[in-house]
Write a protein that binds this ligand. Structure first.
Ligand SMILES: [Zn+2]
Length: 880
């Protein structure tokens, strides 16, 4: 990069001294202005090389009639680029200047053709944004602002262009050349080179541009759409990985059919390509017709992938495919509207996964993720609304709030409108906004106009941060047979939002008879939209049990007045599976929080409820596994005013141990239950495998020696990665000879498979042994630890940051380790480094000694010279 800069600045005399780059500028939503210039068409020519790629671009630019600004300066965003040549309407231009990384051109008229040449070095691109090299191939990642690292362009999502892309490169090194749209021409270029030209007829923003060049082989298939269009599908991978692509292909076809059936959305081009890449910052990317994937979300077979991996592949393949409409055909006006495409698309992929699997189990999983990742975000210094008001670095806002809480907001619309009206609204949304860059307000307007229902009050869910807390208490008048439900809502202050307004909260609610266990008042939808509100139920013939926020109808925290006995009864009798799960969780949580506070704990209701769940003949194994799992250390911490990680860990282990010994026989029986061959991927087989391992975990808490024998047997005869990883996951937290033997066997067998080796790192980083910090430090010096590979970094440092007890080790070495990792990773890949910061964010809630050590590490990171704005933003907000 540096040599490009010094040797190709032909007109430096005209370029003013570049001001310091605007690294710490805050961008605000209220400052949005329509683009001054539009680029209806762009032609790109790539002369590809791993270390030197030449990019020639031709932009047709014209004034935007909708822009009030009439300046004659065209600003083209750039990041680390130097123009090697600039042309206006075919004539060389030397009247350009730089502003930070951006190129400024003065244009005399309203319509011009701009030509720009640049050279880039993909091999030196460790940020993995823009065009970069991975495993001998070239690929791109442009969302959110990577395109400006490839060429100069108005790199904002509301500038939509038709792309024509020509690539030329060495035919033996890059036999496959892919870009968006359809391949329109290809040929030989002499000297062993070849070329291909691609043309995408759909206008798109620059963040959806993609290019891939490499030695890849396809798994090919076809899909015939609703209207009879035959689409060629291909999943491109290294030849050795071809046998692992069938599940992704099957998932793609299921997703295409599902989107036609449920949303009436049909695919719109003749080709659809997926490419798997080893080094990738995110999960996958929805570039128009050329989805680029982290290989972890493509490659799977029974031997190397767990049931969860298979589910994640189906989910992510569907997610990226669904973006073709919710993201590509209708895109975002600005990055503050990110949830417009992400919240909606996550909701769509959640519904898809529920339809092809088990809806209650899927709902429990989604809520578990929300509580583990999004609720802490809402309660900490990084809290922000679903539609943020400002950012320094947009990459930091690819958060659980924008994605998962955003999906919950869409789900509330779906709940309030009902499926038919919701569909009318989404049809109108796609019709109205096709080919446009839209806003969250446009989405709500279409739902309202399509359904005829006023949704204005719900828009506060986009603007107000924080998780609402709802207090609920039921009062029964036995004589009048009337029950009154008293509700109260409250949202804690969040950064920049000290005073909160009441929010409309849809609560699916029913009453269950405490004597008969029958549903005495059927489910109804209550909209709580006042600070305080009371609702009456009639004909309540026996003392009622409150079943509220059924199926998690709103993303809130419910604090309901219910005794342990009532929760135990609901855990058995509630007709809503989610509410049953929730009753169990609440029962466990109360015991654990009391224990962590040093209060007396009555474990018996918890143990009885788990026993009854295990013995039930009507519940399926997957649900049992979810229902008996104790809340994690960090979820318990979220309920404490002052967090003491050792106390939390101790009380949780004691409860696990008590369950393990009192329910020993039931747990061993659940562990031994069979009927799940390794190649059986049905929901019931997955459930059996999941329960097998969850049960084993409880046995281990009571008797490590016995559990280690069972686990080693499961490990040795495993016919799936699920059983193998499950057994190893139990063993890594024990102090037994089987532990190291299994770790070694796993490494010996799989060390050549990077995705499986990631599991080996992650399992050890998640271990609940007292020496986890030592082990993780050793692993960070391991031959196979590669800090430049985002998957490997996340498997060790990311997993460790989420290991509550180990990360918060009383000597502070966990904090020092993660801070070292962040500082080291930031020099290479700021985006991935910044995602490791959040575990430090909640330092204020910890006991004083730990709080001081966490703060000290944040200050140490903040003081590091040359810190990226990605990490700077996360760290300074955490300290504020
Ligand atoms: Zn997405």
């Amino acid at each position: 990069m540096a040599d490009v800069r010094t040797t190709t600045l032909p007109d430096a005399k005209t370029a003013p001294e570049a001001p310091p780059s605007p690294v710490h500028v805050t961008i605000r939503r209220e400052d949005y202005r329509p683009p001054e210039w539009l680029v209806p068409e762009i032609a790109l020519k790539f002369a590809l090389g791993i270390e030197k790629t030449r990019v020639q671009s031709k932009l047709s630019v014209e004034r935007n009639p909708d822009s009030a600004d009439k300046s004659n300066v065209l600003r083209l965003n750039g990041d680390g680029l130097t123009p090697a040549g600039v042309w206006i309407d075919g004539s060389p231009c030397d009247n350009w200047s730089m502003d930070g990384g951006d190129l400024l051109l003065e244009l005399p008229g309203d319509r011009h053709e701009i030509g720009i040449d640049v050279e880039i070095n993909p091999a030196a691109n460790t940020k993995l944004m823009g065009l970069y090299a991975s495993n001998g191939m070239l690929c791109t990642q442009c969302e959110a602002e990577g395109f400006r690292r490839i060429t100069f362009f108005p790199d904002r999502p509301d500038v939509l262009s038709k792309y024509r892309v020509r690539m030329e490169g060495d035919a033996s090194r890059f036999p496959v050349l892919l870009s968006n749209g359809n391949r329109v021409a290809a040929g030989e270029a002499g000297d062993g080179a070849h070329w291909a030209e691609w043309h995408d007829p759909f206008p798109k923003p620059s963040y959806l541009f993609a290019l891939v060049a490499g030695d890849l082989k396809p798994n090919r298939d076809t899909f015939t759409t609703l209207s009879g269009r035959k689409v060629d599908l291909a999943i491109w991978v290294r030849e050795v990985d071809l046998p692992k692509t069938q599940h992704a292909m099957d998932s793609l076809k299921l997703a295409m059919a599902w989107d036609e059936k449920v949303y009436g959305r049909e695919y719109d081009l003749d080709q659809f390509n997926i490419v798997a890449v080893t080094d990738f910052n995110m999960g996958a990317m929805e570039n128009k017709s050329l989805n680029i994937f982290n290989s972890a979300y493509v490659l799977a077979d029974q031997d190397t992938a767990t049931d969860a991996d298979f589910d994640n592949i189906a989910r992510v393949v569907a997610h990226e495919y669904f973006h073709n409409w919710s993201g590509d055909r209708v895109t975002c006006r600005d990055w503050f509207q990110l949830s417009l495409k992400e919240g909606f698309t996550v909701f769509r992929d959640q519904s898809f996964s529920a339809d092809v699997g088990s809806p209650p189990v899927k709902r429990i999983e989604d809520v578990r993720v929300l509580r583990a990742v999004q609720f802490p975000e809402d309660q900490g210094p990084l809290a922000h609304p679903v539609r943020p008001d400002s950012y320094m670095e947009i990459s930091n806002f690819y958060t659980a709030t924008v994605y998962n809480k955003g999906a919950e907001v869409i789900r509330m619309f779906h709940t309030v409108l009902g499926p038919e009206n919701f569909r009318k609204g989404t049809d109108l949304y796609f019709d109205r906004n096709d080919g446009r860059a839209a806003t969250c307000d446009d989405f709500v307007a279409a739902l309202e106009d399509g359904s005829g229902v006023d949704l204005q009050p719900f828009k506060i869910w986009y603007s107000q941060a924080g998780t609402p807390k709802v207090r609920a208490r039921i009062e029964h008048d036995a004589e009048a047979k009337i029950a009154t439900l008293h509700l109260e809502q409250h949202v804690d202050p969040t950064p920049g939002q000290p005073d909160k307004q009441p929010m409309p909260i849809p609560l699916r609610t029913a009453l269950v008879g405490s004597e008969t266990g029958h549903e005495i008042c059927p489910e109804r939808l209550i909209i709580l939209d006042q600070a305080r509100q009371s609702v009456t139920f009639e004909n309540v013939t026996e003392p009622p049990l409150l079943s509220i926020n059924r199926n998690f109808s709103a993303p809130i925290i419910v604090e309901a007045v219910r005794s342990p006995g009532e929760l135990e009864r609901l855990a058995q009798a509630d007709t809503d599976p989610f509410a049953r799960y929730e009753a169990m969780q609440e029962l466990m949580m109360r015991a654990l929080v009391a224990g962590a506070r040093g209060e007396e704990v009555d474990r018996e209701p918890v143990i009885r409820a788990i026993g009854a769940t295990l013995r039930s003949n009507s519940l399926d194994p997957a649900f049992k596994a979810d229902a008996i799992l104790l809340p994690s250390d960090s979820l318990i911490a979220d309920r404490m005013d002052v967090v003491d990680p050792d106390a939390i860990h101790a009380v949780r282990e004691q409860l696990r141990s008590a369950i393990g010994s009192e329910l020993h026989d039931e747990l061993v029986a659940a562990h031994r239950s069979d009927g799940a061959a390794g190649d059986d991927l049905s929901p019931s087989a997955k459930g059996v495998r999941r329960l097998r391992t969850v049960a084993l975990g409880f046995v281990a808490a009571a008797d490590q020696a016995e559990a280690a024998e069972l686990a080693k047997a499961q490990f040795d005869r495993a016919d799936s990665m699920t059983d193998r990883q499950g057994a190893l996951g139990v063993l890594v937290s024990t102090d037994t000879p089987q532990r190291q033997a299994a770790l070694n066997a796993f490494y010996d067998r799989f060390h050549d498979d990077p995705l499986v080796l990631d599991k080996w790192f992650a399992l050890q980083a998640a271990s609940q042994r007292p020496d986890t910090v030592d082990r993780v430090l050793e692993l960070s010096r391991h031959f196979d630890f590669v800090i430049t590979n985002p998957n490997r970094l996340r498997s060790l440092a990311g997993t460790f940051g989420a290991n509550h007890w180990a990360f918060h080790s009383a000597d502070g070495r966990g904090y020092a380790f993660l801070a070292d990792m962040i500082i080291a990773a930031d020099k290479l890949n700021p985006q991935v480094a910044a995602r490791l910061v959040p575990p430090f964010g909640r330092w204020r809630r910890f006991e004083p000694k730990r709080a001081a050590m966490m703060r000290q590490q944040l200050e140490r990171i903040a003081a590091t010279p040359g810190l990226s704005k990605d990490v700077y933003e996360q760290v300074t907000k955490s300290l504020a």
